[in-house]
Design a protein around this ligand. Structure first.
Ligand code: FES
Length: 272
């Protein structure tokens, strides 16, 4: 169960500005029903200022709360002011969102960008247009390299899991995860760029101790780190995990995937 701030719960239970503006000056859309959520944002202008804003959304509670707070953030502001709003500011205004739900704030931001495009015309580009010539990294969700780089920089992201939470990239078939990891590594601040062998060992140890082992222990299993050689991590599954008929599956689909997501995508886990 995710931990939501009081403000998220308040905006989810009592969403502000729900509905449609029949004579809206601008309408922005984002998401798609095929992806599980969508948002339509209506804006009414008066003398260059947003006099009213309403939304219709199909999605989870975080999508409702993000859309609701977004309307409050933009009413009374000029379009020049609202074009500076980022998805992070939408989430911050709600008192934060669980990482897995950050894409809801991204959707609000994209709907706003789409509406702005209608006002500024050709001079303004929606994220899709801005990135149209860019490389698509995740074909399941049409996420480009530049969108991933922007998400990394604006939100200070470090793992493939973070990227999936913010952009959805990597959240379906997972084929793009290797590329996402490479983009993360290429865009890390200089001081973090290359993990030394010692840092790598420390990080692997920490992930095993704090994430993997506790999860295996819930089912009566455990794991021991035996050795690390370049990208190869040698482990011993213990307890129920060692005799379980799904041990190879556990090793590859849980231990290896977790280490790849949290440490480095080229890690290979080998049972000894
Ligand atoms: S290509 Fe990214 S999840 Fe399928």
């Amino acid at each position: 169960m995710w931990d939501y701030s009081d403000k998220v719960m308040d905006h989810y239970r009592n969403p502000r500005n729900v509905g449609k503006i029949d004579d809206a000056d601008l309408i922005g859309e984002a998401g798609s029903l095929a992806c599980g959520d969508s948002l339509k944002l209506y804006i009414k202008l008066k003398d260059g200022v947003i006099e009213d804003a309403k939304f219709q959304t199909f999605g989870c509670g975080s999508a409702v709360a993000s859309s609701s707070i977004l309307t409050e953030m933009i009413i009374g502001k000029t379009l020049d002011e609202v074009r500076k709003i980022t998805n992070k500011e939408i989430a911050d205004e709600l008192g934060g969102l669980p990482p897995e739900k950050m894409h809801c704030s991204v959707m609000g931001h994209e709907a706003l960008e789409d509406a702005l495009k209608k006002y500024y015309g050709d001079e303004y580009q929606t994220p899709e247009e801005k990135y149209i010539s860019e490389k698509i990294i995740c074909t399941c969700f049409n996420v480009t390299e530049q969108q991933i780089i922007d998400a990394i920089k604006v939100n200070n992201l470090r793992t493939v899991e973070d990227i999936t939470n913010y952009t959805k990239a990597g959240g379906a078939c997972g084929r793009c995860k290797g590329l996402i990891q490479k983009i993360i590594e290429a865009n890390l601040p200089k001081e973090e760029k290359k993990l030394s062998a010692a840092q790598m060992i420390l990080r692997i140890n920490k992930v095993i101790e704090t994430v993997i082992a506790p999860e295996l222990q819930k089912d009566g299993g455990d794991i021991e780190l035996v050795d690390i050689e370049d990208n190869k991590v040698y482990v011993k599954l213990q307890g129920r995990c060692s005799s379980c008929k799904n041990s190879v599956l556990t090793l590859k689909s849980f231990v290896e995937t977790t280490l790849q997501d949290k440490v480095s995508q080229d890690i290979e886990v080998i049972q000894v």
